[in-house]
Design a protein around this ligand. Structure first.
Ligand code: XMP
Length: 558
């Protein structure tokens, strides 16, 4: 490894003790041009460009990562105390230091690790990241005269700053900080100012740059261009990370990991498992067996669609298990939503294990873990949260199976998974499918799940879906579906009195399901949905539209 550990450690002390910074910079200077000599853990294509986002606990770190990826540069978020070894394996072309709720003026505030400066790679410090650069490299940070939150106008100090290339000399930026830079570190010049921040951007000739504002948020309209300038003009990236390049790399990686081993994968019909299965199948063909458990709780035509795509079209090794009766039997008499989830999760694992045992020797279990899951478990550790719903019970497969995991999507965000799905040639219908909960229609039937109620909600749901698609709204909505309530009400059809079920239609918009707003569907569309449901589903005589948002409601009714 290029970095001399003993010197690195002693310099860490110097840095956090805020003295001898110039000595520190000399060492960084000596090291300029040195490259880590260790072999990276994984070999990627020659074109691979990676930037590491060093996280100091900012709510925006993940947003930075997303924006960087939107510039077609691969990046990973690493905790501020990540050891050099784990970061070196990424072979980064630059670092981005995130913001933080902390203040560099506080004792014990998290510092950037020594290798960030020693690597001689470009560094972009955002907000707290900028203050860290100032603090650690010999400048001065102090609490600002007044806090600066919200929009400010950034004025560039010169016309030829690479970071702002192609951008107007004045532009709106989003500020959110209490501390400010009182004195820049030696060798730095001020690149821009706002009314309240005389040093709103600074840089040195080694490509270490600080921004007091947040380029990653939508409120900084030119923020993505600024990030792209940093990535392309300062880190030397060219934007080679595309869904296609991801597919090529992943196939290579899967082949290396699996060798001649056998892999099983649970298909759910969702985009994640579909993309995982397709990628792995491309890499190792018939060494992969997919298991698709029909719980009987799926939407209309879902099981057939999965069969057609994977078994007929892609010719995957696929085991189809119709376990509907088993699930129905276990759910008989159960009304509590969490009990339903628990039973369905448990039964799913049992069926899956039974089928896996029939396959014979298996070495790997494929899973559709995504980057937000990785981040959540890596960074939030033992955070205590109240259980509202135990969401991840289905498809969360048995650890007792003791299989090594293949998780080709573990560094992707959801929208990237969709792009990869398209690059793999999966049908758009599957790639853009709205999320569907693991326990399926069981949690869209309030009260006991019976065969009859399943048929009713399935029929109503089909009409909702159908009309939403015809109105071209399917992709704009996060989810849209029908919920069967246990309420019955009096109605009149022809000359007769009816006493039928009431169904609720739910349609929401959302970014990530953490919050959701009820969708303002056109009245005419609601009218068509309602009229079709009462006409085509004889057991239903009343349709209501759910106009509650999350919070305080949740998306699903159970
Ligand atoms: P809520 O109802 O909590 O739902 O607002 C947020 C998102 O999670 C989905 N959901 C589930 N997904 N198992 C799942 O796999 C579950 O038990 C479950 N419950 C809710 C829901 O459809 C929405 O997208």
């Amino acid at each position: 490894m290029a970095v001399d550990k003993s010197r690195q450690d002693s310099h860490r002390v110097a840095i956090s003790g805020d003295v001898e910074v110039s000595a520190y910079l000399e060492i960084a200077e000596e090291r300029r041009g040195e490259q880590p000599q260790e072999e990276p853990e994984e070999q990627f294509g020659a074109e691979r460009e990676v930037v590491a986002v060093v996280d100091f606990g900012s709510q925006y770190s993940w947003l930075i990562a997303r924006r960087v990826r939107e510039c077609r540069v691969y990046c990973e978020v690493v905790p501020h105390d990540a050891p050099w070894e784990s970061v070196a394996s990424l072979q980064p072309k630059g670092f981005i230091l995130s913001g933080s709720p902390a203040s560099v003026c506080d004792a014990g505030a998290p510092m950037a690790p020594a290798y960030v400066y020693e690597s001689s790679l470009p560094v972009l410090g955002i907000c707290y990241g900028m203050q860290l650069i100032a603090h650690q490299l010999g400048g001065k940070v102090a609490p600002g005269v007044k806090h600066e939150y919200g929009l400010a106008i950034l004025h560039q100090n010169s016309v030829d700053t690479p970071l702002f290339a192609g951008l107007p000399l004045e532009m709106p930026v989003w500020m959110s900080h209490g501390d400010w830079i009182e004195e820049m570190p030696p060798g730095f010049t001020s690149l821009a100012y706002t009314d309240n921040s005389p040093i709103a951007a600074m840089g040195n000739d080694r490509g270490i740059i600080g921004l007091q504002f947040h380029p990653e948020v939508a409120h900084t309209p030119q923020g993505k261009d600024i990030l792209q300038n940093f990535l392309y003009r300062i880190c030397g990236c060219s934007g080679t990370w595309t869904p296609g390049s991801f597919v090529v790399e992943s196939i290579e990686r899967i082949k290396n990991q699996v060798g001649t081993g056998k892999v099983i994968c649970a298909l759910s019909g969702g985009v994640d498992s579909a993309v995982v299965a397709t990628l792995i199948h491309r890499a190792i063909g018939n060494q992969l067996t997919c298991i698709f458990v029909n719980t009987g709780l799926l939407r209309r035509e879902e099981a057939e669609r999965i069969n057609n795509t994977f078994q007929k079209n892609m010719r995957m090794n696929m085991v189809y298990v119709d376990a509907s009766e088993r699930f129905l039997t276990r759910l008989s008499g159960v009304v509590d939503p969490e009990d339903k989830r628990h039973i369905i999760g448990e039964e799913f694992v049992k069926v899956f294990e039974e089928e896996a045992a029939k396959i014979g020797r298996v070495d790997f279990l494929a899973q559709g873990t995504l980057y937000p899951d990785v981040i959540e478990s890596a960074f939030t550790g033992s955070r205590v949260v109240a259980t509202i719903k135990t969401h991840h019970n289905v498809g969360g497969l048995p650890s007792v199976m003791n299989l090594a995991l293949v998780e080709p999507l573990r560094y992707l965000f959801k929208d990237e998974v969709r792009e990869v799905g398209l690059a793999l040639g999966l049908p758009e219908e599957m790639v853009y499918r709205q999320p569907f909960p693991g326990p399926g229609l069981a949690i869209r039937i309030i009260g006991e799940v019976t065969k009859e109620r399943l048929e009713i909600v399935r029929a109503a749901d089909w009409i909702v879906m159908n009309e939403i698609k015809k109105a071209n709204l399917y992709r704009q909505l996060w989810q849209s579906f029908a919920v069967l309530t246990p309420l019955r009400s009096v109605g009149v059809m022809g000359d007769s009195r009816t006493y039928g079920y009431m169904v609720a239609v739910r349609a929401v918009t959302s970014e990530d399901a953490m919050t959701a707003d009820w969708a303002r569907l056109p009245y005419d569309l609601l009218a068509r949905i309602s009229s079709r449901i009462v006409n085509e589903v004889p057991e239903i005589n009343r349709v209501v539209y759910d106009i509650s948002s999350k919070p305080p409601s949740t998306i699903e009714w159970e």
